[in-house]
Design a protein around this ligand. Structure first.
Ligand SMILES: [Zn+2]
Ligand SMILES: [Zn+2]
Length: 320
């Protein structure tokens, strides 16, 4: 891949299988992954997903985990609201944004940095969301980056331009965009879990967790059925935030630092990740996603104070 030169020096240390004393250091700066899709399920609690005692709401994730890796102690340590959570995923910093979409992030997103550093057309980077307000995080207020290298956006209902759309519509739009434009770096938001929670609709909330669980599988199967994406695409499933645990107000709302709001999921599928693995480390958090994707795709995230999530890769990685 043309843009995979020099940006990171990654020392891979590996042992020869026939001689444990023999170790070789190589400079490795390439991955099999050519495309990265971040799928943000908006606002489920871990107590209804991975921490539900029998994991009854997430059968598709459990099946997919055989092909990937999860971190079961992953946190949003910033503001546990939609705008701030999605922004921190994309730019690797915790910013405290107004949650109505009226405030754009300070720092540029990974989409802007990648578009600049890879010299790709804007049709190769997308924000595809059920929530219309998330269109705001395509831009930033950093004066060097404002209005520069803005990714393509498909946010909310295209007929109104001002309202949200269903997750089914978002997944259909995602498929159409992949077929039409062959993008390489994409963030998708599915909102119905969060909406049902705010409606204090427990049955709707559980039902939305189950339907988004099936949509993760639908998206993965779509990727693997496409010659453009099969075996060269990473899918990272995560959340912008959780919801209050039952000692801090329960599932209807979110936004503080209680354990329920902070705890989010992390599932990574793709050719360069470990398989059927659970990582218990508490070392990793939401703002680390951006630098991790930067390393995979060969671009730098100089504004991020996160770190690379080295433990998820199938080969040992040390970032210099
Ligand atoms: Zn919410
Ligand atoms: Zn809370």
């Amino acid at each position: 891949m043309k843009y995979h030169h020099f940006l990171f020096s990654i020392l891979i240390l590996f042992s020869c299988s026939t001689n444990d004393d023999f170790k070789e250091e190589i400079i490795y700066n390439d991955f099999q992954t050519e495309n990265v899709i971040i799928l943000v399920i908006d606002g489920p609690r871990m107590s209804e997903t991975w921490f539900e005692p029998n994991q009854v709401n997430i059968p598709y994730r459990l099946d997919l985990k055989k092909e990937g890796v999860i971190i079961d102690n992953f946190k949003n340590r910033g503001t546990t609201l939609t705008m701030s959570g999605h922004s921190s995923i994309l730019n690797g910093t915790y910013e405290n944004l107004r949650n109505d979409g009226s405030e754009i992030p300070i720092n540029p997103s990974m989409l802007q940095l990648w578009l600049k550093q890879s010299n790709q057309a804007k049709e190769k980077a997308w924000i595809i969301t059920s929530k219309v307000k998330l269109k705001t995080i395509a831009n930033c207020i950093n004066p060097i980056w404002r209005d520069q290298f803005i990714p393509s956006t498909d946010c909310g209902n295209p007929n109104t331009g001002t309202t949200d759309r269903t997750d089914i519509q978002t997944v259909e739009s995602f498929k159409n965009i992949l077929t039409t434009h062959h993008p390489k770096l994409i963030m998708v938001n599915l909102k119905e879990v969060d909406a049902a929670g705010h409606n204090n609709d427990w049955n709707g909330y559980i039902s939305a967790i189950k339907s988004t669980d099936a949509q993760i599988k639908e998206i993965w199967d779509f990727i693997q059925s496409s010659n453009d994406y099969k075996n060269k695409t990473a899918l990272i499933v995560t959340n912008d935030h959780g919801r209050h645990d039952d000692n801090h107000g329960g599932f209807q709302n979110h936004g503080d630092q209680c354990g329920g709001c902070e705890s989010i999921e992390f599932l990574a599928l793709g050719p360069d990740f470990k398989k059927n693995t659970t990582i218990h480390s508490s070392n990793y958090e939401q703002k680390d996603i951006a630098k991790t994707i930067g390393m995979i795709m060969g671009f730098e995230m100089p504004f991020s104070d996160g770190k690379v999530i080295t433990d998820i890769f199938s080969i040992p990685i040390r970032v210099q």
